[in-house]
Design a protein around this ligand. Structure first.
Ligand code: FEO
Length: 395
């Protein structure tokens, strides 16, 4: 795999994983991913910033050998999750004089997860620096994006900030830099929704903190490098803002068409009232797309039949994930159908503890929907429209 000099003396030596289709055995990766690793070659010392997933160590090693460095003095760990740290173990064997540089929390994590001995570490906490001769690295703590130990590394003279997962994308492309901002925006939004959104308030804080630093390139550890830093920072500011959009996200599952019929009617009812709707058939949907839709929307409405009196398992799974990623939705409701008995609203409401939206009266009908049921769906659409008007997002 090719290496790339992204600024004088700074090399991309990471690995691209075009074929990976699942992360954490959970997150869909329609565009694969990359594990970015960077060499910073100073006049006196050399550092490697983040490593790669253990499955791609051979690529990292081949790339290091293609680079002009003779040895590695410092292995910088911005984040101890294994997709960036796993190869540290083999690198320590190959470069026994190298020290692992991370913060106090990062050291604790790496000792626990990878059994790296304590004497291998140099601890650098927030604001501390490390000289490589003519290049200086500064460490900026940024906890909880998305683990407690996460930090950024700033190459001060070169004005590059290495942010690991932050500003990352699961997007494997042969190009080192962003070339297609539309595609990158979509991938970055998906990544934000799945990984960063649970920590939205902290992300806001970190974005503010970054205003104090001088950089003109963002080099994350997944996906392409950002030359246009404003593009990705503005996108993050938008996604993390407290504003919501005039949208209803409508994940649903239907077994015998009753819920499907309700969803189709309700979708039209919302559109007629000037509200955008994003329906997802949970039997076939990519849950990453659902996560992305939840970044901005004001309202979540779940459509489900009753299965053994509770919600359909696909609906429960989607609600569990939605609650875990903590979108900023303001309102929620449920539409559903049951055969003989159901405990639908209570079961779902009890699962939304991390979001705590205002519940708008659900519409649960028995069997196939009737004219009276359709009228209730119209009433629900009216109530959502009124709520969106109160927020000022619907004229
Ligand atoms: Fe890409 Fe949190 O690891």
């Amino acid at each position: 795999m090719a290496i790339a000099e992204i600024k004088p003396g700074i090399y991309y030596v990471g690995a691209k994983d075009y074929d990976r289709r699942l992360f954490d055995e959970l997150i869909p990766l329609p565009d694969g991913t990359t594990y970015n690793s960077y060499i910073v070659l100073g006049s006196k010392k050399t550092a490697l910033i983040d490593t790669v997933d253990g499955t791609k160590f051979h690529i990292l090693l081949a790339n290091i050998k293609k680079s002009p460095i003779k040895t590695i003095d410092y292995l910088i760990s911005n984040h101890s999750e294994q997709d960036h740290s796993e190869s540290l173990v083999k690198l320590i064997e190959l470069y026994p004089d190298a020290k692992v540089v991370t913060n106090t929390k990062g050291k604790e994590h790496l000792m626990v997860h990878l059994h790296i001995p304590e004497d291998k570490f140099i601890v650098k906490d927030d604001g501390e620096t490390l000289s490589l001769g003519d290049k200086t690295l500064e460490f900026i703590e940024a906890p909880w994006v998305h683990w407690p130990e996460t930090m950024f590394t700033l190459a001060k003279e070169d004005k590059i900030i290495f942010t690991c997962d932050f500003f990352g994308t699961h997007l494997a492309r042969s190009e080192t830099f962003v070339t297609d901002e539309g595609k990158t925006y979509e991938s970055a939004k998906r990544y934000y929704a799945e990984i960063m959104m649970p920590f939205r308030k902290l992300v806001q804080k970190h974005l503010k903190k970054l205003e104090n630093y001088d950089f003109d390139m963002i080099a994350p550890s997944h996906g392409p490098v950002h030359n246009n830093t404003k593009f990705i920072i503005d996108a993050y500011k938008d996604w993390t803002s407290d504003e919501v959009k005039n949208e209803v996200v409508l994940p649903y599952v239907s077994m015998h068409h009753s819920v499907k019929e309700m969803v189709e009617y309700f979708t039209e009812a919302l559109i007629e009232r000037g509200i955008n709707v994003i329906p997802f058939n949970l039997a076939v949907t990519d849950l990453g797309e659902l996560a992305m839709a939840l970044v901005d929307s004001a309202t979540l409405v779940l459509g489900t039949p009753a299965v053994l009196t509770g919600a359909h398992p696909a609906a429960i799974y989607a609600v569990y994930l939605a609650n875990a990623i903590r979108p900023k939705i303001k309102y929620a409701s449920i539409i559903g159908s049951y055969g003989w008995k159901c405990q639908l609203p209570g079961q779902i409401v009890d699962m939304l503890t991390r979001i705590n939206p205002e519940l708008i009266d659900p519409v649960i009908v028995r069997g196939k929907i009737t004219e009276e049921g359709l009228k209730k769906l119209d009433d629900l659409a009216d109530k959502i429209a009124a709520k969106h008007r109160e927020l000022g997002i619907l004229k």
